[in-house]
Design a protein around this ligand. Structure first.
Ligand SMILES: *[C@@H]1O[C@H](CO)[C@@H](O)[C@H](O)[C@H]1NC(C)=O
Ligand SMILES: *[C@@H]1O[C@H](CO)[C@@H](O)[C@H](O)[C@H]1NC(C)=O
Ligand SMILES: *[C@@H]1O[C@H](CO)[C@@H](O)[C@H](O)[C@H]1NC(C)=O
Ligand SMILES: *[C@@H]1O[C@H](CO)[C@@H](O)[C@H](O)[C@H]1NC(C)=O
Length: 463
């Protein structure tokens, strides 16, 4: 087994880069990175970087990386990641469109939102290990800012009801703090307006829940109350979650999902009396790294830059911010601000960043020009993937995103821009439509969702 010191050295070597200046402007606009930093490491690095001191941070790791306790066997290729990301985005777009139509047709019969739906889970990549029940049982759950209701698979459950998972199933019969939520209670009735209800179950006494995701995954069971241990000594006594007895779809290897969206069922909203609805996380630069998730906001936020969070119509799940500009290699792209009007959903369950057509086209063209020294791999899908075979280091332009309020965020180079040697951006749809900020772009940034303050904060080089 490798010593922590050895791991630290590995991290320094693979994370090392030299900044060089673009001619004239004096700013460091290109970064020389070792091509070794593109290779997947199979040793887990437990260094969590510099998480803030308070808040009982939970380690966040990549679902397909060596740190995940319930590691999924295969990491998807870039093409597969792009596909999964698009499925999720298409679903979110169609739902946003439904909301828009609904607003426009207020006087007519109410257009119904597809019931019971959450976003797709297949593109989810980051997991945390939580302790559920008393005594606490470890469960590995997907981190999702794009959905609200948390759930795990529950015993008793046979192979038809539950998919395979590596950890033992959570068994409510073995927990002294488990209580099913009664049917007809306020908490249960609330599920109805949020489209998670599934009637009454177990002789009509218990609250049934159901979630169907955009990629066909689904879960149903009993909405329940339980003790949730986030970190040693950080226990939430009345955590509401779905105890799932019947699951289906493409899920495998994780035990459930942790909903961090803005609707009442999500963890931050449930705990808002204590943590003001605020939470933050940092996604590690590579899949062998470790980041963190923390509830609450730090008392000193001077290291963060903030941009306002704006609502996406009256759909309270998603956190939306406004992008106003993009720069590549230190050069601001000439993009009319108007095309960003649809806003950008900040979605840690999505891999790739989806931009409206004009900003995407400008970004792609500037990036390709800056990377013209390197051969592109042939692609049918229009992906921008480079063949770095034979290079020991490559020069990658810095990409920065500017948000309303004049906040400019430098993405990590190369891990916030490139995924497996491919440009981790794609087109979401026409100009003015809503876009999505995916998890690649968030890597190494501490993302602070200060919901009651109506703002999203970015802290660079946080993990
Ligand atoms: C699994 O359990 C369900 C009820 O939850 C039952 O209908 C089904 O027959 C069981 N399947 C097997 C293979 O035992
Ligand atoms: C807040 O943190 C910054 C560093 O991020 C530090 O320079 C400053 O002194 C801190 N302020 C207070 C009041 O602790
Ligand atoms: C990548 O480049 C190397 C070296 O030039 C070449 O041998 C190889 O065939 C290329 N790979 C692909 C998939 O094009
Ligand atoms: C890039 O790699 C070459 C060897 O191929 C080396 O000579 C050069 O110093 C490297 N440049 C940087 C900035 O690391």
């Amino acid at each position: 087994m490798a010593s922590p010191l050895f791991l630290c050295i590995l991290l320094v070597v693979f994370g090392s880069y030299v900044s060089i200046s673009a001619a004239g402007d004096g700013k460091q606009s290109f970064v020389v990175v070792s091509t070794r930093s593109f290779q997947t490491q199979d040793v887990c690095s437990t260094s969590t970087g510099m998480p803030r001191p308070n808040g009982g941070a939970v380690p966040v790791v990549h679902r397909h990386g060596p740190c995940a306790k319930s590691q999924s066997t295969d990491k998807p290729s870039f093409a597969e990641a792009l596909h999964r990301s698009r499925v999720r985005t298409d679903y979110i777009m169609s739902r946003a469109l439904t909301m828009q139509e609904q607003e426009q047709e207020q006087d007519e019969d109410r257009v119904s939102i597809p019931a019971h739906l959450g976003t797709s889970v297949d593109s989810q990549e980051y997991v945390v290990t939580l302790g559920l029940g008393t005594p606490a049982v470890e469960q590995v759950v997907l981190l999702d800012t794009g959905s609200d209701l948390s759930w795990v698979q529950c015993a008793p459950c046979n192979s038809t009801g539950c998919y395979r998972q590596k950890d033992p199933l959570f068994d409510p019969r073995k927990s002294s703090t488990y209580v099913p939520i009664p049917c007809g209670s306020d908490v249960c009735n609330r599920l109805q307006s949020d489209h998670f209800d599934d009637g009454c179950t177990n002789d009509g006494t218990q609250c049934g829940f159901r979630v169907e995701y955009g990629d066909g995954s689904k879960t149903k069971g009993v909405y329940s109350n339980e003790a949730l241990t986030l970190a040693p000594g950080v226990v939430i006594n009345d955590f509401h979650f779905g105890c799932g007895y019947k699951q289906g779809g493409p899920n495998d290897n994780y035990d459930g999902l942790l909903g961090l969206g803005g609707a009442p069922e999500s963890l931050p909203v449930q705990t808002s009396a204590v943590y003001s609805g605020a939470f933050s996380y940092c996604l590690p630069p590579v899949s062998s790294g470790t980041g963190f998730l923390a509830l609450g906001a730090p008392t000193n936020t001077s290291a963060f830059s903030f941009t306002p969070i704006t609502p996406l119509m009256n759909y309270d799940t998603f956190y939306t911010v406004k992008l106003t500009g993009i720069s590549v290699g230190g050069k601001q792209l000439r993009i009319p601000r108007k095309v960003f009007e649809g806003g950008m959903i900040v979605d840690c369950g999505n891999i790739i960043t989806h931009l409206p057509s004009t900003p995407y086209a400008k970004l792609e063209s500037a990036f390709r020009a800056a990377m013209a020294a390197y051969p592109l791999l042939p692609s049918d899908e229009g992906d921008i993937c480079y063949n770095f075979t034979g290079y020991t280091n490559v020069t990658v332009p810095k990409v920065a995103l500017t948000f309303s309020g004049g906040v400019t965020v430098d993405l990590d180079v190369p891990n916030g821009v490139l995924l497996d040697g491919c440009l981790a951006f794609t087109e979401s749809g026409p100009d003015d439509s809503v876009g999505i900020i995916g998890n690649v772009q968030m890597r190494t940034l501490e993302m602070l969702y200060d919901v009651s303050g109506g703002r999203l904060g970015f802290r660079p080089v946080a993990c």
